[in-house]
Design a protein around this ligand. Sequence first.
Ligand code: NAD
Length: 422
Amino acid sequence: MSNHTITSPAVHESPFESMLKRFNIAADLLQLGERERAILSKPSKIVIVNLPVRMDDGSTKVYEGYRVVHSTVLGPSKGGIRYAPEVNMDEVKALAAWMTWKCAVVGLPYGGAKGGITCNPKQMSENELEMLTRKYTIALQDIFGVNQDVPAPDMNTGPREMGWIVDEYSRIKGYQPGVVTGKPIELGGSLGRVAATGRGVMTTAMCALEKMGIKPSDCTAAVQGFGNVGSYGALLLAEKGVKIVAISDVSGGYHNTAGIDIAAAMEYVATHKSLEGFTGGSKISNAELLCLPIDILVPAAMEDVITVTNAGDIKAKLIVEGANGPVAASADAILDSKGIVIVPDILANSGGVTVSYFEWVQNRRGHYYTEAEVNAKADPMLIRAFEEVYAASKEFKCNMRIAAYVVSIRRVAKGLKYHGNL
Ligand code: NAD
């Protein structure tokens, strides 16, 4: 958890450049060979598909979809599918690489991939979304596969979309529930998957607090993003005694120094679809939430919310990255200089893919675990991953983020070596 600086503070760097900057620092520390560095700094496969969808009004719209496989060195590639208007190739490439590092840091037998469709799901009907998801599955039928490439949910996709994918894929190739994870329980989903990423945020936050010598019950926290990751992360942190004083979503932030009732906020969102109108706290902006005087900050919404512009104003002692890439690489040096401890995304939000792995294992075995069994298998894996990253931060005298890359790259590079030279 000591300092390691990044020297070129570009403000508008791309997520993939952010990934590469950290990758290169860790690769230097590891004295990674040229061959490994060259292979691992590029995605192994990029697919772009155009998906015609007949809209409810009879018109046809063509949506652009992506699937990027970054690596299959340690096993089939694994990674979610994101639906959003701003989805683009650079973002998907970064997310795919982060999946490689994330799976490797926990020690899962997977490579990394990511997919996305540039669309605005909020303005589409359920029927249009189903047609779009089926078209995407048909277009990628030879990329996806139980032992090849296994998608999962990400921003704006969930069990419903995964259900459509497994249905369409099985229609074409025969029954294969393990081709996708994050499915509804009735279609072979795993108990514990819905809360798994938030649970990992809580588990790794507890590990960090222990190293920092701080009791959870002495902490306040703010959580940006109140979707799957943020809401369960907040709920489980609160169960550990952390006082959640602010939450937010796309409608803005809600602040209450007496503590927010997270279960009530989740119920509110289940009914109203967003926090808009929530009366459990006074209204603040998302930008203000990030800079509140709190102990723990959980950015759990999107990329690049902490940059050179606001990093100097962050007051939290600990940042636990629920979202992928919430801190731009150019902000790392500023946060380091302030002594802020960061549990990086590839470790903090790895609980989701860990339980996805158990879903895939259960699908392949046709034998299903209870939620308690799933948590009892996943929790120690995250704690062990945290300890390994913490030990690497001491060994290489770097922050936890670079240490997480060190642990991952070391594992993937070894795998690459054992594959041989072809
Ligand atoms: P989600 O769609 O369930 O929730 C996203 C939340 O962020 C919503 O509350 C939304 O209102 C809010 N949000 C959107 N734009 C915002 C903005 N401009 N300002 C503030 N809030 C905004 O998504 P999710 O699954 O919770 O994913 C959140 C992040 O976590 C993403 O970066 C995703 O890649 C990452 N992640 C998710 C999982 C998972 O299992 N769901 C696993 C690993 C990483």
